[in-house]
Design a protein around this ligand. Structure first.
Ligand SMILES: NC(=O)c1ccc[n+]([C@@H]2O[C@H](COP(=O)([O-])OP(=O)(O)OC[C@H]3O[C@@H](n4cnc5c(N)ncnc54)[C@H](OP(=O)(O)O)[C@@H]3O)[C@@H](O)[C@H]2O)c1
Length: 308
């Protein structure tokens, strides 16, 4: 379908995005932004509530009429209170694959398919490396539990045909108030007990939450956006030690106390600890080329906003 046909369809449809996992950290911010831009948002959740549908309702009644579908559902991987055992790994996988599958199937079956289908996955797709630099066309997705997860997750989203525009945003660590990884870091850093994790040399691909939801809204609204976009800041070539220093500076606290890798491995398990102890240098080449303009391209300003 050509762009002109999309444009004419946009004006006929109500602007109602459907948002899986929209009750979480990113989903709440995205809902606010979409509402501010005049969209009516319908959430898909495990828990019924007014203005929401459940995953079971989606499976039985199909996709409500909407112009876009977005999936953010997924069990929190870095929950330090959960042991990294087989049962938890299954939950991490199935919460992402099954919800994505359900939405993709519902889109395929919908009599009026949405114009856009957007999935958030992660930069864990790219192999951690002290030297390599990855853009959206770089290979990956086949070397450990998390990269395999991203491959299966993105495959679960794929639709046959092209009546719906498909976008995948591979996100870095999302920095924002009231959630995500930084939620766990703020207290020790405020107490002056923060510092680099492990060696601190690993890359720390980050994005401010306002930019991640901005990229998602851009993906929904701009009819030329298609395929994979890296959801990281353009200056996301920061190492973990530089990140720790910048967070300490934003808080006006020293940040010299390293968190030893043995402690991280004991809390998270060796396989999951890789997410914190290793990192990848990721550049948002296609995101920038798509015309998205960042609100927080630099780490210092991004962190100042988060800790304000
Ligand atoms: N935050 C980050 O730094 C980051 C980075 C890269 C990628 N991502 C990805 O972005 C997505 C959203 O992240 P987030 O930080 O907003 O997560 P979040 O705050 O934990 O929210 C995720 C939402 O997913 C739903 N969910 C949780 N466990 C589920 C399960 N077992 N089955 C079905 N649904 C479940 C929940 O909705 P209900 O309770 O309403 O069902 C929850 O509100 C996740 O897939 C995550 O992997 C996040």
């Amino acid at each position: 379908i050509h762009q002109t046909e999309w444009t004419s369809r946009t004006s006929q449809l109500e602007e109602v995005p459907v948002l899986g996992g929209g009750t979480g950290f990113i989903g709440t911010a995205l809902t606010q932004l979409l509402k501010a831009r005049g969209h009516e948002v319908t959430l898909i959740s495990r828990k019924p509530a007014p203005g929401r549908i459940t995953w079971d309702e989606l499976a039985t009644s199909g996709l409500p009429r909407c112009d876009a579908a977005i999936n953010l559902a997924g069990e929190n991987i870095l929950n330090p209170l959960r042991r990294w055992n087989e049962a938890f790994q299954k939950e991490v996988l199935s919460s992402r694959l099954e919800t994505t599958h359900l939405l993709a199937r519902a889109i395929t079956k919908a009599p009026h398919p949405p114009q856009a289908w957007v999935l958030v996955t992660g930069v864990a797709y790219y192999q951690p490396s002290p030297t390599a630099e990855y853009d959206e066309d770089s290979p990956g997705g086949d070397f450990d539990f998390f990269s395999n997860l991203v491959t299966k997750w993105e495959a679960a989203a794929r639709l046959p045909g092209d009546s719906t525009r498909q976008v995948v945003v591979r996100s870095g660590v999302v920095l924002g108030r009231g959630g995500g990884a930084i939620g766990h870091m703020l207290l020790p850093f405020r107490l002056g007990l923060g510092g680099p994790i492990g060696s601190g040399h690993q890359f720390f691909p980050w994005i401010h939450i306002r930019d991640l939801v901005g990229i998602l809204a851009h993906a929904v609204e701009a009819s030329h956006v298609q395929g994979v976009l890296n959801g990281v800041a353009p200056a996301s070539t920061t190492t973990n030690a530089e990140f720790a220093q910048a967070l300490g500076a934003a808080l006006g606290r020293p940040a010299f106390i390293p968190l030893p890798s043995t402690v991280v491995q004991a809390v998270f398990g060796r396989e999951r600890a890789i997410m914190l102890l290793e990192g990848q240098k990721v550049v948002p080449r296609r995101t920038l080329a798509s015309g998205y303009q960042y609100s927080f391209p630099e780490l210092g300003a991004a962190l100042k906003e988060v800790v304000a």
